[in-house]
Design a protein around this ligand. Sequence first.
Ligand SMILES: [Zn+2]
Length: 132
Amino acid sequence: MDLRRRVAERAGHCCEYCRIPQAWTSVPFQLDHVIAEKHEGETSFANLAYACLHCNSFKAPNIAGHDADTGEIVRLFNPRHDNWSDHFEWNGALVMARTAIGRVTVAVLRINLPYRVAVRASLIEEGLLRRF
Ligand SMILES: [Zn+2]
């Protein structure tokens, strides 16, 4: 099985950051280098995440962000080592941070931009977005 398919299956065909399902988006998902190639991250199963266009584009080569609450530089959520629900929780269609890592990830990846929340709200209403 090719690498892209293995990464997609491991992710349940959902973005590993914002949890939107690939099936209900028009643009194919991308393979995100959790540790970007710029930072010597490898193109390997262990360093790839399944990501929607928005999350991957906003994340770009970032591996950390500025936490506006504390002024600290905090690493981003790492889907290969972190559990999503340890760092995020749902509030309707909003992805809320539970930790500093969650806070900077929501901010850097712009996960709660209004148009993105609106899409998730529609999917939730139609029962097409799994929240856990
Ligand atoms: Zn996403």
